[in-house]
Write a new protein. Structure first.
Length: 607
């Protein structure tokens, strides 16, 4: 659906779970206001950044452990120092800075490990910025919300003679479609809408040509806003041929017998004094529709009243072919459209396809249809709106604005015949028809000021069928549809990563646990406590370190001091420069745990 402007907030429902149509089928979503969506996205960006931080913490501790496990001959002192700096830097940006700094110091030894840290930290920087943005795109499925059932109104035109009231009801939707085309003409052309350039069937000479124009467009369930039947697609194929045979009477070149039926006539001089630009009249053939099970084929005529119109330029298109008329006061040559302009004889085939089965619009809810349980009331809406080609409805409702040549070229009492063409007019009409077809369901809820009481025409949809029909969404930039899957999964993933990171980085089950001995707080406390211990030993209780420990550092509260007590002192298991565990003695020397004959336990050490 393509809607311009604001949508009445009463026409849709917020904060409700529904199926939002996407290119890959329907997805569970929650509709919220655009302002609330921005706040939710901000919170989730913080959560995702936190999750990236937990992953980075795991990478840091495992990476530093791997660095320190290298053989001594391939590792320098600066490599160990850089690893300690990386462990304490935490942030990817700081890790990048440290890695870059130590690249120069490691130039004589292999710098590949530091280069790897530099590469990984840059990736982490990119991830910290890119992953939240990616999650944001995944979270916002689009801008839509489910329609409010009681807001649906479609006047029942069956047996209604008051066409003026009905036309008044439908004009706003036609103007919305036309306005969308004028603002987005360049962006509408694509695989969904195609208008082929004119194919010359015959050159009649003197600037007269019989041309053939083909157009195609398709409208999907997503375009219609349907929450279900996501594989449903409407294919529209139309053809228009320049017709010279309907006004072959040379004595009355501007009188037409449409389809050579003397009971259906048209005078091209109609509207000559109503508008300086050309005007179009749309007439479906009666009976002109062939309704089979698989498709609906409709014949119609487009009669353009352009003869005698004054033009500021020479027109060369058969429908706007001109001849010199007069010279104005400024000496400029004026032109007028020749008599005997042709008409357009057209036909259109509409095919609804679902699960490889084709249907006519009137057969969507039949028992043999592939659309199981398709609401009959919904078919009533589609049948009333689309059983006649939308290009006819759009043309009739736009009136004097139905032609591109008129809306864009008219200036005062003249128009620009040189810039007018049948191809431009058909392109404008087909694009408007495409937009109006996409808006078919939405239009039933957008005319908020009109209902059965104001128009005097009963609602085609009965109250008992409103919920069956309200299976479509309204699109507006004021609302956002947030993916329920992302809303639920992101917090779960963040919590899981917190738990995993906690156990991986803090628990002694893993071999890289010894790396935690290089934490800045532990290294500093070891050095600082030695100084305080020495001072205390001299001034208070010489030889006693336990009092310093209890009064100042409370070592038992520091989780990473996992080593045994030796001589009444705390120890910390750290990794030596040779990559093997070492007991760092508080205020003393390091005791290797791996050498033969060394102290291997607290008991042995104290002995």
């Amino acid at each position: 659906m393509s809607i311009t402007g604001e949508v009445d907030a009463n026409a849709y429902v917020l904060n409700r779970v529904f199926h939002f149509p996407t290119d890959h089928g329907s997805a569970l979503a929650v509709s919220v206001s655009a302002a609330d969506a921005s706040s939710i996205l901000s919170v989730y960006s913080i959560l995702v950044n936190t999750a990236v931080g937990q992953i980075w913490a795991i990478i840091i501790i495992i990476g530093v452990y791997a660095t320190l496990r290298q053989p001594p001959e391939s590792r320098s002192h600066n490599a160990v120092v850089a690893s300690v700096g990386i462990l304490n830097a935490k942030r990817p940006l700081d890790v990048s800075t440290i890695s870059f700094t130590y690249l120069w110091k490691l130039k004589r030894k292999s710098p590949w490990m530091v280069l790897l840290w530099l590469f990984v930290s840059v990736l982490a920087l990119i991830a910290s910025a890119g992953v939240p943005a990616l999650i944001g795109r995944r979270m916002v499925l689009g801008h839509g919300a489910p329609v409010r059932p009681e807001h649906i109104y479609l006047p029942d035109s069956r047996g209604t003679d008051d066409h003026i009231k009905l036309n008044t009801f439908y004009i706003p939707s036609a103007l919305r479609a036309a306005g969308t085309v004028q603002m987005n003409t360049g962006r509408l052309a694509g695989p969904n809408v195609q208008i082929e350039k004119s194919n010359v069937i015959r050159d009649l000479g003197n600037g007269e040509f019989i041309n053939r124009y083909n157009y195609h467009y398709q409208v999907t369930a997503k375009d219609l806003g349907l929450q279900c039947y996501s594989d449903l697609t409407l294919y529209v194929d139309g053809t228009c041929i320049v017709e010279y045979g309907w006004n072959s009477d040379t004595s009355q070149p501007n009188k037409y017998m449409v389809w050579k039926n003397k009971n259906i006539t048209f005078d091209a001089n109609n509207g000559k004094f109503q508008s300086p630009g050309p005007m179009a009249y749309f007439r479906p053939e009666n009976p002109g529709s062939f309704d089979s099970w698989n498709y609906l084929n409709t014949s119609f005529a487009i009669l353009i009243s352009s003869v005698g119109r004054s033009s500021v330029s020479e027109g060369k298109d058969p429908m706007y072919l001109t001849e010199p008329s007069e010279v104005d006061l400024l000496g400029n040559q004026r032109y007028k459209v020749r008599d005997g302009r042709p008409a357009l004889s057209c036909w259109q085939v509409d095919t609804w396809q679902y699960l490889s089965q084709n249907h006519s619009v009137t057969k969507l809810s039949d028992s043999n249809s592939s659309l199981v349980n398709f609401p009959r009331a919904l078919q009533y809406i589609l049948t009333q709106s689309l059983s006649i080609p939308m290009i006819i409805n759009i043309g009739q409702r736009l009136g004097s604005s139905a032609l591109y040549s008129s809306t864009r070229s008219a200036v005062g009492r003249t128009f620009d015949a040189g810039g007018a063409s049948v191809l431009a007019d058909l392109t404008y009409l087909v694009f408007a028809s495409y937009i109006a077809t996409k808006n078919t369901l939405a239009d039933t809820a957008l005319n908020s000021g009109q209902n059965a009481s104001t128009i005097g025409v009963p609602n085609l949809v009965e109250k008992k069928d409103l919920n069956d029909v309200a299976i479509f969404v309204l699109y507006s930039n004021d609302i956002s549809a947030l993916s329920l899957t992302v809303l639920i999964s992101v917090p779960i993933v963040v919590v899981l990563l917190f738990i995993i990171a906690y156990f991986v980085t803090t628990h002694g089950w893993f071999p890289w646990h010894v790396v935690q001995g290089y934490q800045a707080t532990i290294l500093y406390s070891l050095l600082d406590e030695s100084a305080f211990a020495a001072e205390s030993a001299l001034s208070e209780q010489p030889g006693s370190l336990e009092s310093v420990d209890k009064r100042i550092w409370k070592r038992k509260s520091i989780a990473w001091m996992k080593g045994p007590r030796i001589y009444g002192r705390h120890t910390s298991v750290v990794t030596g420069t040779d990559g093997k565990p070492t007991l760092a003695l508080v205020g003393g020397v390091d005791i290797p745990l791996h050498t033969e004959g060394s102290v291997n336990s607290a008991d042995t050490a104290q002995e």
